[in-house]
Design a protein around this ligand. Structure first.
Ligand code: NAD
Ligand code: ZN
Ligand code: ZN
Length: 364
C-alpha cells in the first residue's frame, strides 16, 4: 500500500517551503523506502527552491540524510530492512563510459528510484538530487543507501550525504591536496569548512580560509585553518595579494571556490600559484558568466577543475569517514549547528544567508 507522509516541498520558483502530504509508492524492483531520521539543510536545497538548478517544480527538498531502511522492493540485496544508511546521490552504474574507464566518480548513469513520489492529487514530485529527504520517508534506489556504522549520530554522519563529503572530497580527491601543500578555501560555509578539514586530513601545510563574514572565519580556524582573510572590504587584487603574502609571494598550490560565483572563481584563479589547481565546488546559477583573458588561462597553466560531490565514491568513502568520525579523527558533529523540526526549514535558509549556522539539521 502506498504511504502518505508529511514532506517539505518547493511548489514554484521562489515560493516559501511548504509542508504537505506526499505519497510514497510501494517500492518496485531495486527500490527501497527509508525512514528518514535526520536531513541537513544544504545551500543546494535553496538553489532548487529559487529555480537555480532547473524548473522541474514541485521539488521535494532535502538530500543530506541518514535513516533506516523500512521496506524493500523485489530483488533488493544491497540493503535489508533495519539497516542504518546514509543516502547518496551517486549510485554508480558500473557500465557507462566513465565507469568503464575506471572513473566511476564521474558516472553518467547513476541509479535513482524509477517510480515517482507524488502529491496527494497525483502531481509528480522531483526529489532534490534524486533523494527528497525532508520527509518522514522517501523512496530511493537500493544503491543510494550506503550502510555505515549504526553507532554514529545520524545528524552528524548524514551530512556526509552531500555538502560535507563534497567539501572533504574537493580537497582530497579533486584538488589532490598533498602533504605540505598550501591551500586556500573561499567561502567557509559547511562545504568550505569541510574542504578545510579535508585539506588538514591530507596533510596540507598552510590552510587559508577566506570569507566575508568574520564569524565564519572564526569557525574555519576551529576546523584547522592556519590563516584567515576577511574579504569583505577587498577587491580581487586585494584577495590575491593577501593569499600571496601568506604563501611566499606565489599563491596557493590549490584554491577551492566553495561559493561558486564568477568573482570568487576569478579570485581562486589568480590566487593560485603558477601551475596550481583551482577547484570549483560551489554551484553557480545559470545566469552567471565568466570573462577572463584566454592568455591568462594559458600563461598560468595548471588545472581548472569542477568537483561534483567531491569526486566521492559513497560506498568507499561514507563508511571510511564514519569510522574516522567515531575514532575522533573527523569533527563531523561540529558541523551540526542546530537540530530543528521539519517546519523550520524556511527559517534555516534565513540563518544560512545571515551566516548564523553551518548546518541546520532537520530531525524527523
Ligand atoms: N559540488 C557539489 O557537489 C556541492 C555539494 C553541496 C553543496 N554545493 C554548493 O557549495 C556551495 C556552498 O554550500 P554551503 O552549504 O557551504 O553554503 P553556505 O551558504 O553555508 O556557505 C557559503 C559561504 O560562502 C560565504 N560567501 C558568500 N559569498 C562570498 C564571497 N563573495 N566571498 C567570500 N565568501 C563568500 C558565506 O559567507 C558563507 O560562509 C553552494 O553553492 C552549494 O550549492 C556543492
Ligand atoms: Zn556509470
Ligand atoms: Zn547538498
Amino acid at each position: 500500500m502506498p504511504i502518505t507522509v508529511q514532506g517539505a516541498i518547493a511548489r514554484s520558483k521562489g515560493a516559501p517551503v511548504e509542508l504537505t502530504d506526499i505519497v510514497i509508492p510501494d517500492p518496485g524492483p531495486g527500490e527501497v523506502v527509508v525512514d528518514i531520521e535526520t536531513c541537513g539543510v544544504c545551500h543546494t536545497d535553496f538553489h532548487y527552491k529559487e529555480g537555480g538548478i532547473n524548473d522541474d517544480f514541485p521539488f521535494l527538498l532535502g538530500h543530506e540524510a541518514a535513516g533506516r531502511v523500512s521496506v524493500i522492493g523485489a530483488g533488493v540485496t544491497h540493503v535489508a530492512v533495519g539497516d542504518f544508511v546514509v543516502l547518496n546521490w551517486r549510485a554508480v552504474c558500473g557500465d557507462c563510459r566513465a565507469c568503464k574507464r575506471a572513473e566511476p566518480w564521474y558516472c553518467f548513469n547513476t541509479f535513482n528510484a524509477s517510480q515517482k513520489m507524488t502529491l496527494v492529487d497525483g502531481t509528480e514530485l522531483s526529489p532534490a538530487l534524486g533523494i527528497g529527504a525532508f520527509a518522514e520517508k522517501t523512496l530511493v534506489h537500493e544503491r543510494q543507501c550506503t550502510k555505515v556504522n549504526p553507532d554514529a549520530d545520524p545528524a552528524a554522519v548524514g551530512l556526509l550525504g552531500c555538502g560535507i563529503m563534497a567539501g572533504i572530497g574537493a580537497a582530497m580527491n579533486t584538488g589532490n591536496v598533498s602533504p605540505g601543500d598550501s591551500v586556500a578555501v573561499i567561502g567557509c560555509g559547511g562545504v568550505g569548512d569541510a574542504a578545510v578539514v579535508g585539506s588538514q586530513l591530507a596533510g596540507a601545510g598552510t590552510i587559508i580560509a577566506i570569507d566575508r563574514d568574520p564569524k565564519k572565519l572564526a569557525k574555519a580556524t576551529e576546523f584547522g585553518a592556519t590563516h584567515t582573510i576577511d574579504s569583505s572590504g577587498l577587491d580581487e587584487a586585494g584577495v590575491v595579494a593577501a593569499v600571496q603574502a601568506l604563501t611566499g609571494g606565489f599563491g596557493a598550490d590549490v584554491v577551492i571556490d566553495a561559493v561558486g560565483r564568477p568573482e570568487t572563481w576569478r579570485q581562486a584563479f589568480y590566487a593560485r600559484d603558477l601551475a596550481g589547481t583551482v577547484v570549483l565546488v560551489g554551484v553557480p546559477t545559470p545566469e552567471m558568466m565568466l570573462e577572463i583573458p584566454l592568455a591568462d588561462v594559458f600563461g598560468r597553466g595548471g588545472s581548472l577543475k569542477s568537483s561534483w560531490y567531491g569526486d566521492c565514491l559513497p560506498e568507499r568513502d561514507f563508511p571510511l569517514l564514519t569510522d574516522l568520525f567515531l575514532q575522533g579523527r573527523l569533527p563531523l558533529a561540529d558541523f551540526v549547528s542546530e537540530r530543528i523540526g521539519i517546519s523550520d526549514i524556511e527559517a534555516a535558509f534565513g540563518k544560512m544567508a545571515s551566516g548564523d549556522v553551518l548546518r541546520s539539521v532537520v530531525v524527523l
